[in-house]
Design a protein. Structure first.
Length: 166
């Protein structure tokens, strides 16, 4: 087993060591600082992202609290509006009831007046008819009484005696 990769010779070992030293020196001088700088920048970016996420979480909590306050205010306003609407509805209903009652009273009074007027008109018409019938009856009675000349002259003389002339 004389494989040069497994058992390297002293010269190969020396040059490998020198190559490794040069590589370590170059990496230590220029590579590692850049790598560490990149890692620090990444670490800083991650930390800033975490801070931003925490800040966003706090802002979300504040927004949620603000939204809940707004929701409570909106509910209170809605309740106030509903209460005012109920009061307005009751007021309108009461006004309508009063107006309907007044209108009914007015119609009832107008009907009473109309009934009284019709009653007076009927009584007046009845009196006129009674007067007309009385005149007709008196006329017929007078015709029958005055048809006889002696009765007529007697009636005239009697009425003249009863009438006192000034």
């Amino acid at each position: 087993m004389n494989n040069p990769l497994i058992n390297p010779g002293l010269g190969t070992f020396f040059w490998m060591l020198v190559s490794f030293g040069i590589l370590a020196f170059i990496l230590g001088k220029w590579g590692w600082p850049m790598l560490l700088k990149s890692l620090k920048a990444r670490e800083k970016a991650i930390e800033e992202s975490l801070n931003a996420a925490e800040k966003a979480r706090e802002e979300m909590k504040q927004l949620v609290a603000h939204n809940e306050d707004l929701l409570r205010q909106a509910k209170a306003e809605r309740e106030e509006i509903m209460r005012n609407a109920r009061l307005a509805k009751e007021e309108i209903e009461e006004k309508a009831r009063l107006k309907a009652s007044e209108e009914a009273d007015r119609i009832l009074e107008a009907a009473r007046e109309s009934i009284n007027n019709e009653k007076l008109k009927a009584m007046h018409e009845l009196k006129n008819q009674i007067a007309s019938l009385s005149i007709d009856i008196a006329e017929k009675l007078m015709k029958t009484e005055l048809s006889d000349k002696q009765k007529a002259n007697g009636l005239i003389e009697r009425e003249l005696e009863n009438a006192h002339l000034n």
